[in-house]
Design a protein around this ligand. Sequence first.
Ligand SMILES: Nc1ncnc2c1ncn2[C@@H]1O[C@H](COP(=O)(O)OP(=O)(O)OP(=O)(O)O)[C@@H](O)[C@H]1O
Length: 324
Amino acid sequence: MPYLWPPPVITGTIGGVIEAAGLTKRYGSTLAVDDLSFHVEPGRVTGFLGPNGAGKSTTMRMILGLDNPTAGDVRIKGQHYRDLNRPLRTVGALLEAAWRHPGRSARNHLRWIARSNEIPQRRVDEVLELVGLTSVAKKKAGGFSLGMLQRLGIASALLGDPEVLLFDEPVNGLDPEGIHWIRQLMQALAAEGRTVFVSSHLLSEMSQTAQDLVVIGRGKLIYQGTTEDFIDRATHQSVRVRSPQLAELREALTRQGAQVDEDDGTLTVSGMDSDAIGELAFATGATLHELSPRRGSLEEAFMQLTGEAVEYHAGDHGAAPETT
Ligand SMILES: Nc1ncnc2c1ncn2[C@@H]1O[C@H](COP(=O)(O)OP(=O)(O)OP(=O)(O)O)[C@@H](O)[C@H]1O
């Protein structure tokens, strides 16, 4: 594998590889990050989820020592970023695709970073290959599309073969093929034992990419845990039921304490699972034409949980969060 240089040393860690404790950032009257504590584990993709303005980029910048916390602390493998011995070999980050040297070729850009970080030049061609930019390595990056710039940004993040990778909104502006590629890459990096922390406001994207989530709303922690638990806990499960004996079935379900909504010949039942509904239908003598459990989406879970957070902090900040 080209990006196994040098072989990653995955040391056992107590707690997370990234640990934030009481992390707080205030810009004037804006509390961008508010007493945030979370941990990020190795070998998994952890999604950092929150609506626009929730404080994700500010948190990322504090992890990377680009901004100082007003209070609290964040460490990588027990150290502050600024104290890491060779930071690019420990942490690789993609913060934005803004290109500041339009006249420089992709290869020369990476060579420059490699040289200033004592990374062997051969690694430049390895990462170019890895991100699929070999054929355009000599072209000036000023003419690159957003997707190509994202790939170049990822190439520089991977240059030092770091154990920890931070990606801030990596799929922004990418086409479906680019999104698929980044998703696969993040999962492959995590499967190698690396720590992958990726922010997004695209909730459905995260549900397909991340095993774990750190969810924030208005700078505060809303949830930390697995993506699966987040959806299970926060979403309302229901079962869609169709039957020629709809009225009888509806009555039986209500008698058992289920909540039943009827719309266009279909029942939406909550408070009872599909096994119980099937058995009740059988006992009632109702034929079933459909019995389909419906799991809530990550969007629903997010709305429910951030909705509460927004209500609770309604006086602190401005507009309601966007949820795309
Ligand atoms: N340098 C700054 N000066 C003043 N306010 C800032 C600064 N950086 C961020 N903020 C404010 O802090 C809050 C959090 O912003 P941040 O960019 O961290 O959120 P985000 O979750 O990354 O959102 P987005 O997805 O839109 O980038 C916002 O209200 C933002 O306006």
